[in-house]
Write a protein that binds this ligand. Structure first.
Ligand SMILES: C[S@@+](CC[C@H](N)C(=O)[O-])C[C@H]1O[C@@H](n2cnc3c(N)ncnc32)[C@H](O)[C@@H]1O
Length: 256
């Protein structure tokens, strides 16, 4: 994807959350649900790794996995500037193995969008292989609302760089549950105008199908799914009780 080759513009466009608040929430969730003491975190599809940078600042071991070399180089540069240690791994999240297991895995910003059920199952195997028994897998923004096509647009500014993002999804193939996701970044970098456009066909995994696939994989307990905001999650608001379950949510799995 073209936009992932431009980490600075991606970070300006998508940093509308508070990583401190998110990591505070991780710590609360770990206290409540983890059966292992957490020292080592893995961020899958880490991108610029704002959460990892916060995690490393708090003294934990931080590992970022991403397929984009540009994102990982940017994250290493940011870690150097901020004086924190972050390990980076360039790998495909649908097929990876770690040499050293971690205690907590997370994936943010709706990044878990496999192109097929087989790829999703292979992803679960990869995470299961990398996570200690009793450790948690935290998934932010699992797409659950399949009832409508969506389009949204927002503009962010930082240090003289303005990025307008337009994000849309459209159903393409109903029988095979395929939709097209389109992202456009329109950048004004100190007067230089740039445009990046990406389009990808993805498989929508319906909510109950998602739970069935987790059962089929057999390596995780499904602990629940809850409503959230960009930066926090509400353990007193399970999706089952939400009037209109939203794609802004969290799913929690625990390695058996
Ligand atoms: C939506 S961004 C999320 C970045 C970051 N976690 C955040 O919250 O801002 C998705 C990231 O997934 C990465 N990515 C896409 N496909 C991947 C794959 N198959 N394996 C690993 N990383 C992938 C992209 O390079 C990008 O950095």
């Amino acid at each position: 994807m073209e936009i992932y080759k431009h980490p600075l513009y991606y970070e300006v466009a998508f940093s509308f959350f508070d990583p401190k608040e998110q990591v505070d929430c991780f710590e609360k969730i770990i206290e409540k649900f983890s059966k292992v003491k957490v020292k080592r975190f893995l961020d899958v599809a880490c991108g610029p790794g704002l959460q990892l940078r916060e995690i490393a600042k708090r003294g934990y071991e931080a590992v970022g996995l991403d397929s984009s070399p540009e994102m990982l180089a940017y994250l290493r540069q940011k870690a150097r500037e901020e004086g924190v240690r972050i390990e980076t791994i360039q790998a495909d999240m649908y097929n990876f193995r770690l040499k050293q297991k971690v205690d907590f895995v997370f994936i943010m910003m709706g990044s878990l969008v496999a192109g097929s059920n087989d790829k999703f199952l292979s992803h679960l195997d990869s995470v299961a292989h990398s996570l200690k028994s009793g450790g948690l897998y935290f998934i932010q923004n699992k797409a659950v609302d399949w009832t409508q096509n969506a389009e949204q647009s927002w503009t962010m500014e930082r240090n003289g760089i303005t990025v307008k993002t337009t994000f849309s999804t459209r159903w393409k193939d109903i029988l095979n549950q395929i939709y097209t996701e389109k992202i456009i970044l329109e950048v004004n970098d100190h007067g230089q105008l740039l445009k990046f456009e990406d389009e990808e066909d993805l498989k929508f995994i319906f909510p109950q199908e998602f739970k069935a696939l987790i059962r089929l994989n057999g390596k995780f307990e499904f602990l629940g799914w809850w409503e959230g905001t960009e930066s926090t999650w509400h353990l007193d608001r399970p999706l089952e009780k939400a009037k209109t379950p939203s794609n802004i949510n969290m799913v929690l799995l625990r390695r058996k």
